[in-house]
Design a protein around this ligand. Sequence first.
Ligand code: SF4
Length: 107
Amino acid sequence: MPSIFLMPSTPSDSTSRRRLLLYCASTLALLAGAGCKRSAPATCPASNLSSDELNVRTVLGYVDSSVDAAKTCAKCQQYVPADPCGSCKVVNGAIHPDGYCRAFVAL
Ligand code: SF4
């Protein structure tokens, strides 16, 4: 019965078999990597927060996207990572890893 998995057993074909196995392993690794890679969400909405908590976000100028790549929530001492949105020890609610506020403290 012909099969694409049928492997010839001559010595010269062992190189082809090795190449096929390497190709399959590489393809699986790429597919697994693509499946595991998660991108950050566009926004981390503040829901179920009190008016005081929302006020803290506003007063500290929290934004989901920092204008300075060196100053993002993911690089702040107050950030608590989680997927997809983290949290903060100062600002309540969902915090974007690329976000920023005036309470930023560099790691
Ligand atoms: Fe982001 Fe501000 Fe919290 Fe730091 S303090 S993690 S910059 S919200």
